[in-house]
Structures are given as C-alpha cells and as structure tokens.
Design a protein around this ligand. Structure first.
Ligand code: FES
Ligand SMILES: [Fe+2]
Length: 368
C-alpha cells in the first residue's frame, strides 16, 4: 500500500544540506580561460584558481597557498607553475606540487616537493571545465582514478549546443527539489508557450532505478506543452526520458526518429546558501531554422528567471520554517533525492556499496 500521509522533512534531518564529495562538478565555462590568465571560481565552498597549460589543458588548484593561505590567483603563471605572490613559492599547475621555496638555503633539509597546494583533477566537456572533488582540501584521492566526466548524450555527428546559467539564492537541496517538482509548472511557468493553469491534467509516469539515481522511463511527452507540439512536423513518434543522478544532474532526452534534443541541468553549490545552475542543450532538430538557439536562450532565460524568483520569495519563509512537506506522489522524486543522498553518505561512511532506495519500477500519478 502506498503511503498517503504527507511527510514533513527538514533539511537538517537530511544531512544539513551536506555537500557530496567524490563527484565531478562543472566549475567554469571553458571559454572563460584564455591564454595564461588565471581565473577564479568557487564550488562546494572551495576557492579555486583555474588556468591552462601551454598545450591548452586546463587545471584547477585550490586558491589557497599552503604556506600562509595567500590566494594563488594573485600570483604569476608561466604556463607550467603558479608562483605565489607572497613569498614566491612555486607550484606545478596540474599537480600542485611545490617546486621552489625561494627562502631556503642550499643546506636546508626542507623537501619542498613534499609540499602540495590543493589540486583537483580537471577535464573539459560540453563547454565546461569540470573538476573532480574527492575532498575539500584537494588532496589526491588515491586508489582508483575518478570516474569518467559526465557528458551530454548526442546522437549524431553534427549538432548545435547552447548554454544558460544562473545563480540561485538557496541551498543545493532546495534548488534540486525545485528542479524535480512537477507540481509548480502550471503555476510558476504559466505562459502561452509552455502551459497554463487550465492545462492541468492527470499524469501517470513510470520510473525505474538507475545507478545513483532514477529515470522517468521513455514515454510520449504530455500533449499540453507547445514545444513538443512543434515536433509533430517530423511525423515520427516523439519520446522523452528524464534521468536524475547524484549529485546534482537532470538529463532529458527527446527523440523523434533520427532527430534528437538533449539537455542537462546541474545544480552545483557555490556555498551552502548559494548555487550555480548550469543548463546545456544539444540538438539536431530544425537545423534549417537559424533561430533555435536564440529562441532557446530567450525562453530558457525566462523559464529560469521564474524559478529564481520563486526561490527569492521562498527564502524568508524557509528561514522561519525550514521544514518542508513532501506530498505523494508529486513530491516523491524529491523524497527519492533525499533518500539517495542519505544512502550515498551512508555508503561513504561505511565503505559498503550504496543501498538504492528504489527497489524496482514504479508508477507515480499526479496532476500538473
Ligand atoms: S603564502 Fe604563498 S608563498 Fe607564502
Ligand atoms: Fe521550475
């Protein structure tokens, strides 16, 4: 028998908006790092300094000198090593290993290559620089190498890609459950091109567990939103599938014969109370129509701005009432998110494999 009582949860019970270590997070758009410039960013409350070596490979160091915590980003970079501006210690850009301590004399016993600035494995995909956060200090994770970097699925050689981003003035948990909340659509995202309050109807969606997440199984998208109606011109059946995987990633795939549109939203904490939303879409649909990207930007920005506004307005309320209610079935995905997160944290503590909260396929019903 399905639970019918609302579940009241408060974030502290769910791990106090705890950050999840052991994942790749997007930390910067690739085009922000040019030449030998050092650029700063911050994710999971870790200050970062990023740059590229002579061959263009990006690196990410903790923007804190191990000597006296001076920002390395204020130092000099010659394409190989970053030199701290305070006492001139030099750190190899990709590993953070200290190469030079100018103050020591020749007979010094100090082994400077034992000193490291924090360093994060770094890769570029889909126009983002990603860093692997094994721990807050940027210590080498040791053991097995990091998993592959997440990549937006693409189903043809030629495609277009677009990016949108926003900062959200809330915790990662608040932003993520907003991301997977079907019930706010008709109220918050009301517009002629998406949906109206009158378009509310009963939905029934099948879900299944996938590693570290859950999938809204491939289905024909609901007929009540304009963008999907456009795809009818192709005559082929339209299917859509939406995945959520830890720590922060929602990926949607729309397929229509040989045409496809995929998009991914990640919510990455900058601080405990501030997040970065990165949206990236790729497609080979309507390639003859030059305005897909501008339209996507225009509507995407509005859509995100509607969510941003809700978050702003919700903020004072959450201060006095951090407890949130999760009401089945519309909020079941939010509940799974909290369960996945707890299961991940528990497995990290115990060293045992993660217990997946979903036992098997399940159908949820709600009105939206
Ligand atoms: S603080 Fe960086 S070298 Fe001293
Ligand atoms: Fe929304």
């Amino acid at each position: 028998m399905e639970q019918t009582l609302p579940l009241a949860i408060s974030s502290p019970a769910q791990g106090d908006d705890e950050f999840l270590w052991g994942f790749w997070y997007p930390v910067l758009r690739s085009n922000r790092i040019r030449g030998r410039r050092l650029v700063t960013s911050a994710r999971l409350e870790v200050p970062l300094v990023l740059g590229r070596d002579g061959a263009g490979k990006a690196f990410a160091l903790r923007d804190v000198c191990p000597h006296r915590a001076f920002p390395l980003s204020l130092g000099r970079y010659d394409g190989h090593a970053v030199e701290c501006a305070y006492h001139g210690w030099r750190f190899e850009a990709h590993t953070g290993q200290c190469r030079l301590v100018p103050s020591i004399t020749e007979d010094s016993k100090l082994q400077c290559d034992r000193i490291h600035a924090g360093s994060f494995p770094c890769e570029e995909r889909d126009g983002y620089v990603w860093a692997y956060f094994a721990n807050p200090e940027g210590r080498s994770p040791g053991g097995c190498p990091p998993p592959p970097v997440p990549e937006l699925p693409k189903y043809s050689g030629r495609y277009r890609i677009a990016h949108l981003s926003a900062t959200l003035d809330c915790s990662m948990d608040t932003a993520i459950i907003g991301l997977m909340d079907p019930a706010h659509g008709p109220f918050v995202h009301r517009s002629w091109w998406w949906r109206s309050r009158r378009s509310i109807r009963e939905k029934q969606k099948a879900f299944e567990p996938i590693p570290q997440g859950f999938r809204m199984s491939s289905h024909t998208p609901s007929a009540n939103s304009a963008p999907y109606k456009l795809l009818k011109v192709y005559g082929a059946a339209v299917t859509t599938q939406i995945d959520f995987v830890l720590p922060n990633m929602r990926t949607e795939e729309v397929r229509c014969g040989k045409y496809w549109f995929t998009n991914r939203t990640t919510i990455t904490p900058i601080r405990r109370d501030l997040c970065q939303l990165d949206f990236c879409a790729a497609w080979n649909l309507f390639s003859w129509f030059p305005l897909v990207a501008p339209l996507l930007h225009f509507f995407g920005r509005r859509f995100i701005a509607q969510d941003q506004r809700v978050i702003e307005l919700q903020k004072p309320g959450l201060k006095v009432q951090p407890r949130m209610m999760l009401v089945d079935d519309a909020d079941r995905q939010a509940r799974w998110y909290f369960q996945l997160k707890s299961a991940y944290l528990a497995s990290q503590q115990s060293g045992m494999p993660m217990q997946h909260p979903l036992e098997g396929p399940i159908t949820l019903r709600w009105r939206s």
